[in-house]
Design a binder for this molecule. Structure first.
Ligand code: G
Ligand code: G
Ligand code: NA
Ligand code: MN
Length: 253
């Protein structure tokens, strides 16, 4: 594939960037964390969205070095913010299914350690589908990550048919409710029921819950009513470059 070669050159030529989208508290709108989102700053075509190249990278295997770069870059940025005296919040990176299959918890840990970061300041977002694809590997990697203190979120929750018996055993810290459900809230009765059930279940399992794709005030109000603690979406902040994200952080006292 021609695109695979272009992606490999883009990595060598330092054309990838991370943007950071805030996760905020529904209680006081305070900053709770960032999700790092990949962008390709293509000299001819401008910023290219990962939706256009992640599937190819996943297919060719380039996602493994690219995913390592994403984690390394997020850790490097987190270290810069700490050194600037900022009050830290966890930074989450997306780990694709193939990347997860090809790496161990120690591989991820080495990258975090290279930047001398407290592990709880890094979170890995793993899709429900990736976990279910290879349950045994996922269980062992997530278990080891949890023992190290690295946070783990299940992304796009509700779309990947995970069995509740696995969910109970999965060593994770957070559920992220897929934005397809948030989209219909509060009008669509089915979506409202699903969202309220996921929030109640997360609470019973002792997990944090983040609602993704929140665009409207009515959605935030509905979620607050259900005691959902965190939201991420255009309502509370779009993905922004690191220098803009810095403005959302506060200085340590
Ligand atoms: O930002 P945007 O909506 O264009 O992202 C499209 C998709 O790409 C989303 O599903 C998002 O999770 C995924 N994505 C964004 N950044 C990364 C990344 O660094 N690694 C992986 N594996 N997926 C990413
Ligand atoms: O698959 P994942 O959940 O990681 O997807 C994250 C993607 O969702 C990001 O690329 C981001 O650009 C996009 N996104 C974030 N907030 C919103 C939102 O409020 N509405 C929509 N439509 N997309 C969003
Ligand atoms: Na994600
Ligand atoms: Mn998601």
């Amino acid at each position: 594939l021609a695109l695979d070669g272009e992606l490999r050159s883009a990595l060598v030529n330092k054309q990838f960037r991370l943007h950071y989208q805030p996760k905020v508290s529904l209680i006081d709108y305070g900053l709770q964390g960032f999700e790092a989102l990949l962008r390709w700053d293509n000299p001819g075509q401008g910023m290219i969205s990962p939706g256009e190249f992640i599937p190819v990278a996943e297919e060719t295997g380039f996602i493994v070095p690219l995913g390592d770069w994403v984690l390394d870059e997020a850790c490097r940025q987190q270290r810069v913010w700490l050194d600037q005296g900022m009050n830290p919040v966890p930074v989450a990176v997306n780990i694709s299914p193939r990347h997860l299959r090809h790496r161990t918890a120690d591989d991820f840990r080495r990258i975090v350690d290279r930047h001398r970061l407290p592990p709880e300041l890094i979170e890995l977002e793993i899709t429900e589908g990736a976990v279910m694809q290879d349950i045994d590997h996922a269980m062992s990697v997530l278990g080891a990550l949890k023992a190290m203190g690295i946070r783990v979120a299940v992304d796009d929750f509700g779309t990947g048919h995970s069995s509740l018996s696995y969910l109970k055993k999965l060593p994770i810290t957070t559920l992220k409710i897929d934005r397809s459900f948030i989209n219909g809230v509060p009008q669509e009765r089915e979506d409202a029921s699903i969202v309220s059930t996921i929030i109640a279940m997360a609470d019973m399992l002792g997990l944090d819950v983040v609602a993704e794709g929140v665009e409207k005030t009515e959605q935030a109000n509905f979620l607050r009513h259900l005691n959902c603690t965190q939201v991420q979406g255009w309502l509370t902040g779009r993905p922004v470059p690191a220098d803009t994200a810095l403005g959302l952080l506060t200085k340590r006292l």
